[in-house]
Write a protein that binds this ligand. Structure first.
Ligand code: UGA
Length: 457
């Protein structure tokens, strides 16, 4: 919405939220306190805030004034009730739709922006139709058009993804509403990149795009383990297959498993939808993407323990990176959470560092496991921003996020501060093996085969 306000100065954009603290943070004079860290975002907020971009808790007023309402609330995986562990919880979408129904006036275009299961627009439409019917004979006659326009930006590159998207999707039935939304996007996006579909295709395309992307990562991560076992090298394999245009170069970086608020949630949702429609084989197929992802995280924690003589109890391990990827402060479903918890359960003393994640966020994530496992946490953890302090006397450095800062580190000099024999575990492939030559440090890297592999025949 900030980019939309930036690109369309004559449109007044008001962001409303029931969380007053969050709205206050968006309105904070110190732009360092914005709730989201995203490269380029501060500048856009600075340029537009209180000109045509407003942050407010006055939900009723904003809805009443609006010609178009974007529902952009979270749709987390349900924790209890029917579909628990798989289905998306739509309570926030529903309550937003009810608020739009209550507070709108005249004709309102309602755009479903949240990632939702297929046919959610029906739920929104049903709620709005009731309100339409009830208002028919009143002074405040209300009408609505519901569109689906899912978001494809990735965190860390959000501004560029919004300014130069591969495509924008608009799903709907009402041509006037579709045109109104299309015209907004056309202000900065070439019209051939704006795709029109029916509402259900639009909703399903979003889930499918994420499922395909996550599937690529599970595929390359599965092959990373095979590289380690055979002496092949994952970057060489990724380059070789990526050169085939049908496969493509992007999203082939093997890592500690994918994280983020989207892939796992959306695949669980897809799995649930397939089950619901009786497509068990299809649902099992997609669930395997998550099985491989969990396996990748677990195998990394377990090989760290194995290499450190089978025990990490009371050993100091420096964890580099807690966000789920570089250039974001988001830690949701970060592979660092599961790897850190596994090491803690094995008694490690972790020293965690991250340039953007705050310790209280780490605290929340590490203790969000179910109570049974929390009592099993045997090790301890602390936090520092200072990388030298982080590695001092450590037995191992584990690189979990590819922050640029870590690519620029002098690991040879860090190795002198560590306890011997010292290890680096590079799960993001940011260090070149040559840069460590002669340092005596032991080195493991994702997808890097060793030459003393056993022969197959
Ligand atoms: C993802 C999709 O990429 C977006 O298109 C989508 O709009 C978004 O979900 C969403 O549904 O809102 P995001 O989760 O922000 O975006 O981040 P990604 O760049 O997709 O990264 C996800 C995870 O995959 C990260 O943990 C990242 O480190 C990992 N990854 C990504 C790899 O391990 N290797 C790669 O080559 C790429």
């Amino acid at each position: 919405m900030a980019v939309l306000a930036d690109r369309c100065k004559e449109i007044k954009v008001t962001l409303v939220d029931i969380d007053e603290k969050r709205i206050n943070a968006w309105n904070d004079d110190d732009l360092g306190n914005l709730p989201v860290y995203e490269p380029g975002l501060k500048a856009i907020i600075r340029r537009n805030r209180n000109k045509n971009l407003f942050f407010s808790c006055e939900i009723a007023k904003a809805i009443k004034e609006a010609d178009m309402v974007f529902i952009s609330v979270n749709t987390p995986t349900k924790k209890s009730g029917f579909g628990a562990g798989y289905a998306s919880d739509l309570k926030w979408v529903e309550s937003s739709a009810r608020q739009v129904a209550d507070f709108s006036s005249g004709h309102t275009i309602v755009v479903e922006k949240s990632t939702v299961p297929v046919r959610t627009a029906e739920l929104i439409q049903d709620i709005l139709s009731d309100s339409e019917n009830n208002s028919r004979d009143s002074n405040n006659k209300k009408t609505f058009s519901v569109l689906s326009s899912p978001e494809f930006l990735a965190e860390g590159t959000a501004i560029n993804d919004l300014e130069n998207p591969d495509r924008v999707l608009i799903g709907g039935e009402d041509n006037d509403a579709i045109k109104s939304l299309g015209k907004i996007y056309e202000r900065w996006i070439p019209s051939e990149k704006i795709l029109f579909t029916n509402v259900w295709s639009s909703e399903l395309s979003k889930l499918t795009a994420n499922a395909f992307l996550a599937q690529r990562l599970s595929s390359i991560n599965a092959i990373s383990a095979l590289c380690e076992a055979t002496g092949a090298e994952i970057n060489e394999v990724a380059n070789a297959i990526g050169a085939d245009k049908r496969i493509g170069k992007k999203f082939l970086a093997a890592g500690p498993g994918f994280g983020g608020s989207c892939f796992q949630k959306d695949i669980l949702n897809l799995v649930y939808l397939c089950k619901y429609y009786g497509l068990d084989t299809v649902s099992n197929y997609w669930e395997q993407v998550l099985t491989v992802n969990n396996w990748q995280k677990e195998r990394i924690a377990s090989l760290i323990v194995e290499k450190l003589f089978g025990t990490v109890t009371n050993k100091k391990i420096a964890l580099f990176g807690f966000s789920f990827k570089a250039n974001t402060n988001d830690t949701r479903e970060s592979p660092s959470i599961s790897i850190a918890n596994d090491l803690l359960e094995n008694g490690a003393n972790l020293m965690i560092t991250d340039p953007q994640v705050l310790p209280h966020q780490i605290e929340k994530e590490l203790h969000s496991r179910d109570s049974e496992t929390i009592t099993d946490l045997k090790g301890s953890w602390s936090f520092t921003k200072n990388l030298e302090e982080c590695v001092k006397d450590a037995d191992a450095i584990v690189i979990l996020t590819s922050w640029k800062e870590y690519e620029e580190c002098d690991f040879r000099s860090y190795s002198k501060l560590m306890r011997k024999p010292s290890w680096i575990f590079d799960t993001r492939k940011i260090i070149s093996k040559d840069s460590l030559k002669g340092s005596g440090i032991k080195f493991w890297q994702i997808g890097m085969g060793t030459l003393n592999y056993p022969k197959v025949f």
